[in-house]
Design a protein around this ligand. Structure first.
Ligand code: UGA
Length: 442
């Protein structure tokens, strides 16, 4: 089929590339000229395992362009995978989605199926279809087809997806979507395919992300209790995970969830509830638990230093919101660094992948801009932890987990390790003259 994908972020780019891999002819459109020029040369805007290999493999079926007028003229299907960031009040911002919708309406020269992959509030697909009824002379069927890929495993999550959710009540769109996804529903992928009404499909996305976020907040609350009662959250999670009704995933306690999805989707769902006069108590609690959890390492640090942290030298290991991504959006590390800098702490940070200029981001968040001078970035752990008074671990990167623990005693001024991801076992620190603190383990 002839497919156009609007947006070359995580969702759009991975969707486009994977659709080309199952035999479709795909044009990826973005209004960012630099991004498109880079993609034409094989330079990717995101770090995602296996993606550049797939681009190379399918290059005869993949086009990258900024020319939306030509691209939207006569495709069979248009996917919209642009971002829906958070507004100040926590609601979803649909500006980018509507920009694309307007461009499509002015460019299309035939009937078309428009597939919404972006995460949008329930009822948005109906509004988009209404928009086309009012602004286009062609028959446009709008289909909800939410995305469930995780950063770091996006290609696998798309090709071997847990499920494909297709929301439409239209017969033509139903047939087109079945045909489009047919290769993924067969060997070797065997992805379950579920067709439903549009609003339910939109809700599946929010409910899924919120449920996963809830699991994380739940296990974090249990972890905090485990610390008090001298139990070990790692053992507790393991014990719970054997029950198939609970499942063993998303039970990893830590410094809370971050990234571009859970923080925004929990707030968006809470707001959807409010708009419909329903107070989503569980979602509210999930958000509140997460907000507190994200500041836990500083709390622990203050307790250790009797609240006197001004002037300390602190190492921060891991800047991204999770391992295997270069994304720092809603990363607890960044929020914590800003708070520490504001308290006049010196920060030495390390991350194996994130290497862009962080100082500008930090500066924009600091009330006293001068304090950014107290921040420095190192590209190896040894240099980051040298002469520091404590190490705070925010991301469970492989090379942090594999770091020789003896070096903390050797290189640090005061060997205190506060591990927000339970990268190590307490046993590794036995008789090493290092004070080790973690989450949910006394
Ligand atoms: C999440 C969902 O997992 C995807 O299914 C969904 O498609 C995506 O959002 C989206 O809406 O686009 P992602 O944000 O890439 O994917 O990351 P996750 O792996 O879900 O992790 C989110 C956060 O939760 C990270 O900060 C991670 O460290 C944290 N987490 C995850 C935990 O603290 N404990 C866990 O057990 C699992």
């Amino acid at each position: 089929m002839k497919i156009v994908v609007a947006g070359t972020g995580y969702v759009g780019l991975v969707t486009g590339v994977c659709l080309s891999n199952i035999g479709h002819y795909v044009t990826c459109v973005d209004n960012n000229v630099e991004k498109i020029e880079n993609l034409k040369q094989g330079i990717l805007p995101i770090f995602e395992e296996g993606l550049s290999e797939l681009i190379e493999k399918n290059k005869t079926r993949l086009i990258f362009t900024t020319d939306y007028t030509t691209a939207y003229k006569n495709p069979d299907v248009i996917f919209i995978g642009v971002g829906t960031p958070e507004n100040q009040d926590g609601t979803a911002n649909l500006t980018y989605v509507y920009q694309v919708i307007e461009q499509i309406a002015t460019s299309l020269e035939k009937d078309c199926t428009i597939v919404i992959k972006s995460t949008v509030p329930i009822g948005t697909n109906d509004k988009i279809e209404q928009y086309f009824k009012e602004h286009s002379k062609y028959k446009i069927n709008v289909v909800s087809n939410p995305e469930f890929l995780s950063q770091g495993s996006a290609v696998k999550d798309t090709l071997y997806a847990s499920r494909i959710i297709v929301g439409t009540n239209n017969q033509t769109a139903t047939e087109i979507m079945e045909q489009l996804y047919e290769p993924l529903t067969k060997e070797p992928y065997n992805v379950p395919y579920l067709k439903m009404d549009r609003r339910s499909a939109e809700m599946v996305k929010y409910a899924s992300n919120n449920f996963l976020a809830l699991k994380i907040s739940f296990i974090n609350e249990i972890a905090n209790l485990c610390e008090k009662i001298d139990a070990d959250i790692e053992q507790v999670s393991k014990g719970m995970g054997y029950d198939k009704r609970i499942g063993n995933q998303f039970l990893k306690a830590g410094i809370g969830y971050g990234g571009s999805c859970f923080p925004k989707d929990t707030k968006a769902l809470y707001n959807i509830g409010k708009e419909n006069n329903i107070e989503l108590e569980i979602v509210k609690a999930c958000i509140s638990v997460n907000n507190n959890q994200r500041m836990l390492l500083i709390e622990k640090l203050k307790k250790i230093y009797n609240n006197n942290i001004k002037g300390l030298n602190i190492a921060v290991l891991g800047l991204t919101f999770k391992a295997n991504t270069d994304d720092i959006r809603e990363s607890a590390a960044i929020e914590n660094i800003v708070t520490l800098l504001q308290e006049e702490v010196t920060i030495k940070a390390y991350d194996p992948i994130y290497n862009k200029d962080l100082t500008k981001i930090l500066e924009s968040k600091l009330t006293n801009k001068e304090l950014v001078k107290k921040f420095s970035f190192y590209n190896n752990i040894d240099n980051a932890i040298k002469n520091t008074d404590a190490v705070l671990i925010f991301t469970d990167w492989y090379d942090i987990k594999k770091y020789t623990v003896e070096k903390y005693a050797l290189l640090m001024n005061n060997p205190i390790v506060i591990d927000g991801r339970n990268c190590y076992s307490a046993n590794q620190f036995k008789n090493k003259n290092i004070k080790y603190f973690s989450i949910g383990r006394n």
